[in-house]
Write a protein that binds this ligand. Structure first.
Ligand SMILES: Nc1nc2c(ncn2[C@@H]2O[C@H](COP(=O)(O)OP(=O)(O)OP(=O)(O)O)[C@@H](O)[C@H]2O)c(=O)[nH]1
Length: 511
Protein backbone atom coordinates (compact mmCIF):
# COMPACT_ATOMS: atom_id res chain seq x y z
CA UNK A 1 0.00 0.00 0.00
CA UNK A 2 2.78 2.30 1.07
CA UNK A 3 4.63 1.29 -2.04
CA UNK A 4 1.59 2.12 -4.23
CA UNK A 5 1.35 5.53 -2.56
CA UNK A 6 4.99 6.21 -3.35
CA UNK A 7 4.48 5.16 -6.96
CA UNK A 8 1.50 7.51 -7.28
CA UNK A 9 3.46 10.41 -5.79
CA UNK A 10 6.39 9.66 -8.08
CA UNK A 11 4.15 9.54 -11.18
CA UNK A 12 2.48 12.79 -10.22
CA UNK A 13 5.85 14.57 -9.64
CA UNK A 14 7.21 13.18 -12.92
CA UNK A 15 4.17 14.50 -14.80
CA UNK A 16 4.62 17.92 -13.17
CA UNK A 17 8.33 17.92 -14.13
CA UNK A 18 7.51 17.01 -17.73
CA UNK A 19 4.93 19.78 -17.88
CA UNK A 20 7.39 22.34 -16.39
CA UNK A 21 10.13 21.19 -18.77
CA UNK A 22 7.77 21.57 -21.71
CA UNK A 23 6.82 25.03 -20.50
CA UNK A 24 10.48 26.06 -20.06
CA UNK A 25 11.45 24.61 -23.40
CA UNK A 26 8.50 25.77 -25.46
CA UNK A 27 7.54 29.06 -23.94
CA UNK A 28 10.69 31.06 -24.90
CA UNK A 29 10.44 29.75 -28.47
CA UNK A 30 6.73 30.44 -28.54
CA UNK A 31 7.37 33.91 -27.08
CA UNK A 32 10.14 34.66 -29.56
CA UNK A 33 8.09 33.51 -32.56
CA UNK A 34 5.13 35.62 -31.48
CA UNK A 35 7.43 38.64 -31.11
CA UNK A 36 8.80 37.99 -34.61
CA UNK A 37 5.24 37.83 -35.88
CA UNK A 38 4.61 41.28 -34.43
CA UNK A 39 7.93 42.63 -35.75
CA UNK A 40 7.36 41.29 -39.24
CA UNK A 41 3.72 42.35 -39.31
CA UNK A 42 2.85 44.41 -42.36
CA UNK A 43 5.81 43.27 -44.48
CA UNK A 44 3.62 40.94 -46.52
CA UNK A 45 0.01 39.78 -46.18
CA UNK A 46 0.90 36.14 -46.95
CA UNK A 47 3.73 36.18 -44.39
CA UNK A 48 1.40 37.72 -41.80
CA UNK A 49 -1.09 34.91 -42.49
CA UNK A 50 1.52 32.15 -42.26
CA UNK A 51 3.01 33.56 -39.05
CA UNK A 52 -0.43 33.90 -37.46
CA UNK A 53 -1.14 30.22 -38.20
CA UNK A 54 2.20 29.21 -36.65
CA UNK A 55 1.63 31.44 -33.65
CA UNK A 56 -1.85 29.99 -33.03
CA UNK A 57 -0.49 26.43 -33.17
CA UNK A 58 2.28 27.28 -30.69
CA UNK A 59 -0.09 29.11 -28.33
CA UNK A 60 -2.26 25.96 -28.28
CA UNK A 61 0.83 24.04 -27.18
CA UNK A 62 0.95 22.26 -30.52
CA UNK A 63 4.27 21.90 -32.33
CA UNK A 64 4.27 23.93 -35.55
CA UNK A 65 3.01 21.70 -38.37
CA UNK A 66 5.56 21.10 -41.17
CA UNK A 67 3.12 22.54 -43.69
CA UNK A 68 2.81 25.84 -41.77
CA UNK A 69 6.61 26.03 -41.15
CA UNK A 70 7.22 25.48 -44.89
CA UNK A 71 4.72 28.22 -45.68
CA UNK A 72 6.52 30.68 -43.30
CA UNK A 73 9.90 29.78 -44.85
CA UNK A 74 8.60 30.34 -48.36
CA UNK A 75 7.12 33.74 -47.47
CA UNK A 76 10.34 34.82 -45.71
CA UNK A 77 12.33 33.97 -48.84
CA UNK A 78 9.90 35.97 -50.94
CA UNK A 79 10.28 38.96 -48.60
CA UNK A 80 13.65 39.99 -50.03
CA UNK A 81 12.29 40.12 -53.56
CA UNK A 82 9.24 41.96 -52.39
CA UNK A 83 11.34 44.55 -50.55
CA UNK A 84 13.41 45.07 -53.67
CA UNK A 85 10.24 45.60 -55.68
CA UNK A 86 8.91 47.94 -53.03
CA UNK A 87 12.12 49.95 -53.19
CA UNK A 88 11.82 50.25 -56.94
CA UNK A 89 8.18 51.27 -56.65
CA UNK A 90 9.18 53.84 -54.01
CA UNK A 91 11.88 55.24 -56.24
CA UNK A 92 9.45 55.44 -59.13
CA UNK A 93 6.94 57.19 -56.90
CA UNK A 94 9.52 59.70 -55.67
CA UNK A 95 10.54 60.41 -59.24
CA UNK A 96 6.91 60.99 -60.24
CA UNK A 97 6.58 63.30 -57.26
CA UNK A 98 9.63 65.28 -58.32
CA UNK A 99 8.33 65.42 -61.89
CA UNK A 100 4.95 66.72 -60.77
CA UNK A 101 6.59 69.32 -58.51
CA UNK A 102 8.72 70.46 -61.41
CA UNK A 103 5.64 71.05 -63.49
CA UNK A 104 4.16 73.21 -60.76
CA UNK A 105 7.15 74.92 -59.18
CA UNK A 106 8.43 77.26 -61.83
CA UNK A 107 10.97 79.23 -59.75
CA UNK A 108 14.62 78.63 -60.74
CA UNK A 109 15.66 78.00 -57.11
CA UNK A 110 13.00 75.30 -56.69
CA UNK A 111 14.08 73.67 -59.95
CA UNK A 112 17.72 73.66 -58.78
CA UNK A 113 16.75 72.09 -55.47
CA UNK A 114 14.71 69.41 -57.23
CA UNK A 115 17.68 68.64 -59.46
CA UNK A 116 19.86 68.41 -56.33
CA UNK A 117 17.39 66.02 -54.70
CA UNK A 118 17.35 63.85 -57.83
CA UNK A 119 21.15 63.83 -57.74
CA UNK A 120 21.14 62.69 -54.11
CA UNK A 121 18.89 59.77 -55.08
CA UNK A 122 21.30 58.54 -57.73
CA UNK A 123 22.30 55.80 -57.10
CA UNK A 124 19.24 55.02 -55.03
CA UNK A 125 20.48 53.17 -51.94
CA UNK A 126 17.00 52.65 -50.57
CA UNK A 127 18.35 53.56 -47.15
CA UNK A 128 15.75 54.89 -44.85
CA UNK A 129 17.78 57.91 -43.80
CA UNK A 130 18.09 58.96 -47.45
CA UNK A 131 14.39 58.39 -48.12
CA UNK A 132 13.45 60.38 -45.04
CA UNK A 133 15.66 63.27 -46.14
CA UNK A 134 14.34 63.22 -49.71
CA UNK A 135 10.71 63.00 -48.65
CA UNK A 136 11.19 65.79 -46.12
CA UNK A 137 12.74 68.04 -48.73
CA UNK A 138 9.98 67.31 -51.22
CA UNK A 139 7.32 68.02 -48.64
CA UNK A 140 9.03 71.29 -47.79
CA UNK A 141 9.16 72.26 -51.49
CA UNK A 142 5.55 71.25 -51.91
CA UNK A 143 4.53 73.45 -48.96
CA UNK A 144 3.62 76.59 -50.93
CA UNK A 145 1.50 74.60 -53.38
CA UNK A 146 -0.49 72.98 -50.60
CA UNK A 147 -0.90 76.27 -48.76
CA UNK A 148 -2.14 78.04 -51.87
CA UNK A 149 -4.33 75.38 -53.33
CA UNK A 150 -5.61 73.18 -50.53
CA UNK A 151 -6.49 76.07 -48.22
CA UNK A 152 -8.66 77.54 -50.92
CA UNK A 153 -10.21 74.17 -51.56
CA UNK A 154 -8.83 73.98 -55.10
CA UNK A 155 -6.79 70.85 -55.55
CA UNK A 156 -4.18 71.36 -58.10
CA UNK A 157 -4.86 69.08 -61.04
CA UNK A 158 -1.43 67.44 -61.02
CA UNK A 159 -1.34 66.83 -57.24
CA UNK A 160 -4.91 65.64 -57.33
CA UNK A 161 -3.79 63.16 -59.92
CA UNK A 162 -1.13 61.84 -57.59
CA UNK A 163 -3.56 61.56 -54.70
CA UNK A 164 -6.08 59.61 -56.71
CA UNK A 165 -3.94 57.52 -58.96
CA UNK A 166 -1.13 56.75 -56.59
CA UNK A 167 -2.95 55.82 -53.42
CA UNK A 168 -0.91 52.65 -53.53
CA UNK A 169 2.24 54.76 -53.55
CA UNK A 170 1.28 56.46 -50.29
CA UNK A 171 0.79 53.05 -48.76
CA UNK A 172 4.19 51.97 -49.93
CA UNK A 173 5.73 55.16 -48.53
CA UNK A 174 4.01 54.32 -45.26
CA UNK A 175 5.41 50.83 -45.28
CA UNK A 176 8.92 52.13 -46.12
CA UNK A 177 8.66 54.63 -43.27
CA UNK A 178 7.69 51.80 -40.92
CA UNK A 179 10.68 49.76 -42.12
CA UNK A 180 12.87 52.82 -41.53
CA UNK A 181 11.66 53.15 -37.94
CA UNK A 182 12.11 49.41 -37.38
CA UNK A 183 15.67 49.68 -38.62
CA UNK A 184 16.57 52.49 -36.20
CA UNK A 185 18.35 51.71 -32.97
CA UNK A 186 16.08 54.01 -30.99
CA UNK A 187 17.24 55.15 -27.57
CA UNK A 188 14.81 54.23 -24.74
CA UNK A 189 13.92 57.90 -24.13
CA UNK A 190 12.52 58.27 -27.67
CA UNK A 191 10.63 54.97 -27.72
CA UNK A 192 7.20 56.51 -26.96
CA UNK A 193 7.61 59.06 -29.77
CA UNK A 194 8.55 56.23 -32.14
CA UNK A 195 5.51 54.17 -31.09
CA UNK A 196 3.19 57.14 -31.57
CA UNK A 197 4.66 57.70 -35.05
CA UNK A 198 4.23 54.02 -35.96
CA UNK A 199 0.55 54.06 -35.01
CA UNK A 200 -0.01 57.26 -37.03
CA UNK A 201 1.56 55.64 -40.09
CA UNK A 202 -0.35 52.42 -39.54
CA UNK A 203 -3.61 54.37 -39.52
CA UNK A 204 -2.79 55.25 -43.12
CA UNK A 205 -0.60 57.89 -44.72
CA UNK A 206 -2.43 60.69 -46.51
CA UNK A 207 -0.95 63.37 -48.69
CA UNK A 208 -1.88 66.02 -46.14
CA UNK A 209 -0.57 64.08 -43.18
CA UNK A 210 2.67 63.00 -44.85
CA UNK A 211 4.45 66.28 -44.19
CA UNK A 212 4.00 66.21 -40.42
CA UNK A 213 4.80 62.48 -40.22
CA UNK A 214 8.04 62.98 -42.10
CA UNK A 215 8.96 66.03 -40.06
CA UNK A 216 8.47 64.07 -36.85
CA UNK A 217 10.44 61.18 -38.31
CA UNK A 218 13.31 63.47 -39.28
CA UNK A 219 13.20 64.92 -35.76
CA UNK A 220 13.45 61.41 -34.36
CA UNK A 221 16.32 60.44 -36.68
CA UNK A 222 18.23 63.66 -35.98
CA UNK A 223 17.84 63.13 -32.21
CA UNK A 224 19.19 59.64 -32.63
CA UNK A 225 22.10 60.93 -34.70
CA UNK A 226 22.78 63.62 -32.10
CA UNK A 227 24.18 60.90 -29.83
CA UNK A 228 27.30 60.73 -31.95
CA UNK A 229 27.00 64.07 -33.73
CA UNK A 230 29.62 66.08 -31.83
CA UNK A 231 32.19 63.33 -31.92
CA UNK A 232 31.56 62.70 -35.62
CA UNK A 233 31.71 66.39 -36.50
CA UNK A 234 35.00 66.70 -34.68
CA UNK A 235 36.30 63.74 -36.55
CA UNK A 236 35.22 65.12 -39.93
CA UNK A 237 36.83 68.46 -39.09
CA UNK A 238 40.14 66.70 -38.45
CA UNK A 239 39.73 64.83 -41.71
CA UNK A 240 39.08 68.06 -43.59
CA UNK A 241 42.15 69.65 -42.00
CA UNK A 242 44.33 66.76 -43.15
CA UNK A 243 42.97 66.96 -46.68
CA UNK A 244 43.53 70.72 -46.88
CA UNK A 245 47.18 70.21 -45.85
CA UNK A 246 47.62 67.49 -48.42
CA UNK A 247 46.01 69.63 -51.11
CA UNK A 248 48.29 72.59 -50.30
CA UNK A 249 51.34 70.37 -50.46
CA UNK A 250 50.26 68.83 -53.75
CA UNK A 251 49.58 72.26 -55.25
CA UNK A 252 53.05 73.43 -54.21
CA UNK A 253 54.51 70.30 -55.81
CA UNK A 254 52.65 70.95 -59.03
CA UNK A 255 54.67 74.10 -59.67
CA UNK A 256 57.79 71.95 -60.08
CA UNK A 257 57.63 70.66 -63.62
CA UNK A 258 60.26 68.00 -63.10
CA UNK A 259 58.15 66.31 -60.46
CA UNK A 260 54.99 66.48 -62.60
CA UNK A 261 54.73 62.70 -63.08
CA UNK A 262 55.10 62.07 -59.37
CA UNK A 263 52.45 64.71 -58.63
CA UNK A 264 50.00 63.06 -61.04
CA UNK A 265 50.57 59.69 -59.35
CA UNK A 266 50.11 61.20 -55.90
CA UNK A 267 47.02 63.21 -56.88
CA UNK A 268 45.37 60.17 -58.50
CA UNK A 269 46.10 58.09 -55.41
CA UNK A 270 44.67 60.74 -53.09
CA UNK A 271 41.62 61.20 -55.31
CA UNK A 272 40.94 57.47 -55.12
CA UNK A 273 41.31 57.49 -51.34
CA UNK A 274 39.06 60.52 -50.95
CA UNK A 275 36.44 58.98 -53.27
CA UNK A 276 36.55 55.84 -51.21
CA UNK A 277 36.03 57.96 -48.05
CA UNK A 278 33.07 59.72 -49.66
CA UNK A 279 31.48 56.46 -50.77
CA UNK A 280 31.82 54.95 -47.32
CA UNK A 281 30.45 58.12 -45.71
CA UNK A 282 27.41 57.92 -47.96
CA UNK A 283 26.81 54.23 -47.50
CA UNK A 284 27.78 53.47 -43.94
CA UNK A 285 25.43 53.59 -40.98
CA UNK A 286 28.00 52.34 -38.54
CA UNK A 287 30.13 55.12 -37.08
CA UNK A 288 32.90 52.81 -35.86
CA UNK A 289 33.16 51.07 -39.24
CA UNK A 290 33.11 54.45 -40.97
CA UNK A 291 35.84 55.83 -38.69
CA UNK A 292 38.10 52.84 -39.13
CA UNK A 293 37.68 52.93 -42.91
CA UNK A 294 38.31 56.68 -43.10
CA UNK A 295 41.34 56.30 -40.81
CA UNK A 296 42.84 53.62 -43.00
CA UNK A 297 42.26 55.72 -46.14
CA UNK A 298 43.82 58.73 -44.40
CA UNK A 299 46.78 56.59 -43.46
CA UNK A 300 47.13 55.67 -47.15
CA UNK A 301 47.09 59.37 -48.07
CA UNK A 302 49.68 60.26 -45.43
CA UNK A 303 51.87 57.34 -46.59
CA UNK A 304 51.60 58.48 -50.21
CA UNK A 305 52.52 62.04 -49.24
CA UNK A 306 55.46 60.84 -47.11
CA UNK A 307 56.71 58.69 -49.96
CA UNK A 308 56.31 61.60 -52.34
CA UNK A 309 58.20 63.93 -49.96
CA UNK A 310 60.97 61.37 -49.58
CA UNK A 311 61.29 60.99 -53.36
CA UNK A 312 61.23 64.77 -53.73
CA UNK A 313 63.99 65.21 -51.14
CA UNK A 314 66.14 62.56 -52.82
CA UNK A 315 65.50 64.15 -56.21
CA UNK A 316 66.36 67.62 -54.86
CA UNK A 317 69.55 66.23 -53.27
CA UNK A 318 70.54 64.62 -56.58
CA UNK A 319 69.79 67.85 -58.45
CA UNK A 320 71.81 69.87 -55.93
CA UNK A 321 74.77 67.52 -56.26
CA UNK A 322 74.53 67.72 -60.03
CA UNK A 323 74.33 71.49 -59.76
CA UNK A 324 77.50 71.59 -57.61
CA UNK A 325 79.25 69.24 -60.01
CA UNK A 326 78.27 71.43 -62.95
CA UNK A 327 79.35 74.54 -61.08
CA UNK A 328 82.79 73.01 -60.39
CA UNK A 329 83.03 71.91 -64.02
CA UNK A 330 82.02 75.38 -65.14
CA UNK A 331 84.67 77.02 -62.91
CA UNK A 332 87.30 74.65 -64.31
CA UNK A 333 86.22 75.47 -67.84
CA UNK A 334 86.32 79.17 -67.05
CA UNK A 335 89.84 78.85 -65.68
CA UNK A 336 90.93 76.79 -68.70
CA UNK A 337 89.36 79.32 -71.05
CA UNK A 338 91.17 82.14 -69.28
CA UNK A 339 94.49 80.30 -69.49
CA UNK A 340 93.85 79.57 -73.14
CA UNK A 341 93.06 83.22 -73.82
CA UNK A 342 96.25 84.32 -72.08
CA UNK A 343 98.21 81.70 -74.01
CA UNK A 344 96.66 82.74 -77.34
CA UNK A 345 97.28 86.39 -76.54
CA UNK A 346 100.88 85.70 -75.66
CA UNK A 347 101.35 83.56 -78.77
CA UNK A 348 99.79 86.28 -80.86
CA UNK A 349 102.02 88.87 -79.23
CA UNK A 350 105.02 86.68 -79.91
CA UNK A 351 103.94 86.18 -83.50
CA UNK A 352 103.62 89.91 -84.00
CA UNK A 353 106.67 91.04 -82.01
CA UNK A 354 110.36 91.17 -82.84
CA UNK A 355 112.24 89.40 -80.10
CA UNK A 356 115.43 91.46 -80.47
CA UNK A 357 113.97 94.98 -80.24
CA UNK A 358 110.52 94.19 -78.75
CA UNK A 359 109.02 96.32 -81.51
CA UNK A 360 106.15 94.92 -83.64
CA UNK A 361 107.62 92.76 -86.40
CA UNK A 362 106.73 92.64 -90.07
CA UNK A 363 103.51 90.62 -89.42
CA UNK A 364 102.51 93.25 -86.85
CA UNK A 365 103.26 95.98 -89.34
CA UNK A 366 101.19 94.23 -92.07
CA UNK A 367 98.23 93.98 -89.72
CA UNK A 368 98.49 97.62 -88.67
CA UNK A 369 98.97 98.88 -92.25
CA UNK A 370 95.93 96.89 -93.34
CA UNK A 371 93.77 98.48 -90.60
CA UNK A 372 95.10 101.95 -91.41
CA UNK A 373 94.40 101.43 -95.07
CA UNK A 374 90.80 100.39 -94.33
CA UNK A 375 90.29 103.44 -92.06
CA UNK A 376 91.63 105.69 -94.81
CA UNK A 377 89.33 104.13 -97.42
CA UNK A 378 86.30 104.62 -95.13
CA UNK A 379 87.05 108.03 -93.58
CA UNK A 380 89.54 109.46 -96.10
CA UNK A 381 91.90 110.57 -93.32
CA UNK A 382 95.46 110.89 -94.69
CA UNK A 383 98.41 108.93 -93.33
CA UNK A 384 102.10 108.69 -94.15
CA UNK A 385 104.58 105.85 -94.24
CA UNK A 386 108.33 106.14 -93.67
CA UNK A 387 110.75 103.30 -94.37
CA UNK A 388 114.06 103.78 -92.49
CA UNK A 389 117.31 101.87 -93.05
CA UNK A 390 120.55 102.08 -91.05
CA UNK A 391 123.39 103.38 -93.13
CA UNK A 392 126.30 101.11 -93.75
CA UNK A 393 125.29 98.80 -91.00
CA UNK A 394 127.26 95.93 -92.50
CA UNK A 395 130.38 97.73 -91.48
CA UNK A 396 129.39 97.81 -87.83
CA UNK A 397 128.71 94.09 -87.86
CA UNK A 398 131.90 93.43 -89.67
CA UNK A 399 134.00 95.75 -87.45
CA UNK A 400 132.49 95.19 -84.01
CA UNK A 401 130.68 91.92 -84.36
CA UNK A 402 127.07 90.83 -84.57
CA UNK A 403 126.38 91.40 -80.89
CA UNK A 404 127.41 95.02 -81.26
CA UNK A 405 125.16 95.21 -84.31
CA UNK A 406 122.25 93.80 -82.26
CA UNK A 407 122.90 96.35 -79.58
CA UNK A 408 122.76 99.13 -82.18
CA UNK A 409 119.47 97.78 -83.49
CA UNK A 410 117.99 97.83 -79.95
CA UNK A 411 119.23 101.40 -79.34
CA UNK A 412 117.81 102.61 -82.66
CA UNK A 413 114.44 100.96 -81.86
CA UNK A 414 114.46 102.84 -78.57
CA UNK A 415 115.20 106.20 -80.23
CA UNK A 416 112.51 105.64 -82.91
CA UNK A 417 109.88 104.84 -80.28
CA UNK A 418 110.80 107.80 -78.09
CA UNK A 419 110.90 110.30 -80.93
CA UNK A 420 107.57 109.22 -82.45
CA UNK A 421 104.14 110.25 -81.26
CA UNK A 422 102.18 107.77 -79.20
CA UNK A 423 99.71 107.52 -82.07
CA UNK A 424 102.50 106.60 -84.49
CA UNK A 425 103.33 102.98 -85.13
CA UNK A 426 106.99 101.90 -85.22
CA UNK A 427 107.98 98.38 -86.34
CA UNK A 428 111.10 96.47 -87.36
CA UNK A 429 110.45 95.47 -90.95
CA UNK A 430 113.39 93.11 -91.08
CA UNK A 431 117.22 93.25 -90.75
CA UNK A 432 118.32 96.84 -90.22
CA UNK A 433 115.12 98.23 -91.78
CA UNK A 434 112.32 99.94 -89.77
CA UNK A 435 108.91 101.41 -90.70
CA UNK A 436 106.97 104.29 -89.15
CA UNK A 437 103.22 104.63 -89.81
CA UNK A 438 101.85 108.09 -89.01
CA UNK A 439 98.00 108.26 -88.91
CA UNK A 440 96.32 111.65 -89.64
CA UNK A 441 99.63 112.99 -90.94
CA UNK A 442 100.31 114.45 -94.38
CA UNK A 443 103.70 113.94 -96.07
CA UNK A 444 104.63 117.55 -95.26
CA UNK A 445 103.91 117.09 -91.53
CA UNK A 446 105.56 113.67 -91.57
CA UNK A 447 108.70 115.13 -93.07
CA UNK A 448 109.18 117.31 -89.96
CA UNK A 449 108.55 114.35 -87.64
CA UNK A 450 110.86 111.88 -89.32
CA UNK A 451 113.59 114.50 -89.68
CA UNK A 452 113.56 114.84 -85.88
CA UNK A 453 114.04 111.08 -85.69
CA UNK A 454 116.84 111.14 -88.23
CA UNK A 455 118.60 113.91 -86.32
CA UNK A 456 118.14 112.16 -82.96
CA UNK A 457 119.81 109.01 -84.37
CA UNK A 458 122.60 110.97 -85.97
CA UNK A 459 123.29 112.86 -82.74
CA UNK A 460 123.31 109.75 -80.50
CA UNK A 461 126.78 109.01 -79.14
CA UNK A 462 127.63 105.35 -79.92
CA UNK A 463 130.84 103.91 -78.56
CA UNK A 464 132.40 100.56 -79.38
CA UNK A 465 135.53 99.48 -77.52
CA UNK A 466 136.05 103.12 -76.57
CA UNK A 467 135.73 104.36 -80.19
CA UNK A 468 132.90 106.82 -80.93
CA UNK A 469 130.93 105.57 -83.96
CA UNK A 470 128.56 107.62 -86.11
CA UNK A 471 125.21 105.90 -86.83
CA UNK A 472 122.80 107.40 -89.33
CA UNK A 473 119.46 106.60 -90.92
CA UNK A 474 118.20 107.05 -94.45
CA UNK A 475 114.44 107.35 -94.92
CA UNK A 476 111.95 107.16 -97.76
CA UNK A 477 108.69 108.94 -97.03
CA UNK A 478 105.31 108.88 -98.77
CA UNK A 479 101.67 109.82 -98.16
CA UNK A 480 98.82 107.57 -99.17
CA UNK A 481 97.35 108.48 -102.56
CA UNK A 482 93.79 107.94 -103.85
CA UNK A 483 94.84 105.27 -106.34
CA UNK A 484 97.01 103.41 -103.79
CA UNK A 485 96.91 99.74 -102.88
CA UNK A 486 98.87 98.44 -99.88
CA UNK A 487 101.81 97.25 -102.00
CA UNK A 488 102.04 100.38 -104.12
CA UNK A 489 102.28 102.57 -101.00
CA UNK A 490 105.20 100.56 -99.58
CA UNK A 491 106.96 100.32 -102.94
CA UNK A 492 106.85 104.11 -103.32
CA UNK A 493 108.38 104.63 -99.87
CA UNK A 494 110.97 101.94 -100.54
CA UNK A 495 111.96 103.61 -103.82
CA UNK A 496 112.31 106.94 -102.00
CA UNK A 497 114.58 105.20 -99.46
CA UNK A 498 116.68 103.83 -102.24
CA UNK A 499 116.89 107.37 -103.59
CA UNK A 500 118.01 108.70 -100.16
CA UNK A 501 120.77 106.09 -100.09
CA UNK A 502 121.76 106.97 -103.58
CA UNK A 503 121.88 110.66 -102.79
CA UNK A 504 124.34 110.17 -99.90
CA UNK A 505 122.44 108.63 -96.90
CA UNK A 506 121.42 110.30 -93.59
CA UNK A 507 118.60 112.00 -95.41
CA UNK A 508 114.92 111.75 -96.24
CA UNK A 509 113.45 111.47 -99.72
CA UNK A 510 109.80 111.95 -100.54
CA UNK A 511 108.14 109.39 -102.79
N1 LIG B 1 123.68 92.58 -85.98
C1 LIG B 1 122.62 92.40 -86.83
N2 LIG B 1 122.83 92.66 -88.11
C2 LIG B 1 121.87 92.54 -88.98
C3 LIG B 1 120.60 92.10 -88.59
N3 LIG B 1 119.79 92.06 -89.68
C4 LIG B 1 120.54 92.46 -90.74
N4 LIG B 1 121.79 92.75 -90.32
C5 LIG B 1 122.86 93.19 -91.12
O1 LIG B 1 122.63 94.44 -91.69
C6 LIG B 1 123.50 94.57 -92.80
C7 LIG B 1 122.83 95.21 -93.89
O2 LIG B 1 123.74 95.47 -94.83
P1 LIG B 1 123.44 96.05 -96.27
O3 LIG B 1 122.13 95.55 -96.76
O4 LIG B 1 124.60 95.83 -97.19
O5 LIG B 1 123.31 97.58 -96.05
P2 LIG B 1 124.20 98.58 -95.23
O6 LIG B 1 125.42 97.96 -94.85
O7 LIG B 1 123.34 99.06 -94.12
O8 LIG B 1 124.36 99.66 -96.30
P3 LIG B 1 123.28 100.68 -96.76
O9 LIG B 1 121.91 100.11 -96.46
O10 LIG B 1 123.53 100.80 -98.23
O11 LIG B 1 123.52 101.93 -96.05
C8 LIG B 1 123.97 93.18 -93.11
O12 LIG B 1 125.36 93.06 -92.72
C9 LIG B 1 123.14 92.29 -92.22
O13 LIG B 1 123.85 91.15 -91.78
C10 LIG B 1 120.42 91.81 -87.20
O14 LIG B 1 119.37 91.42 -86.76
N5 LIG B 1 121.47 91.99 -86.37
Amino acid sequence: MEQDDWKERYKSLSDQMDELQTQFEDQPLQHLLCQMTVALDGQSAQLDHALNLLCTQLKNNQPGSPKVIQLVEKQLRGLDIEQQQQQEALLLGLRKWIYQLRLNLTAEAADQRLKGIEGEMTPFSGQLAVIAKVVNELVELQGPLLADDFNQGHHHAALDGIAQEDEALLQKIGSELLSLIAGLNIPPGDMSLARELVSRIEEGVTLNGLSSIVQDLVGLVSRFNAYNGAEFENYLQNLTGHLVEVQAYVKAGQTDELAADEVVLLTNGIQKDVQSIQTVMQESNDLQQLKSHVSSQLLNIVKSVDLFKEKEERREQRLYERYLQLQRRFEQMEEQTHQMKVHIESERHKALTDSLTSLPNRAGYDEQLHAEFERWKRYGQPFSLAVADLDLFKRINDTYGHQAGDKVLRLIANILTKQSRSTDFVARYGGEEFVILMPGTTAKQAMIAVDKVRQAVAQSPFNFHGDPVQITLSLGLTEVQPEDAIDSLFNRADKALYEAKRLGRNRIELG
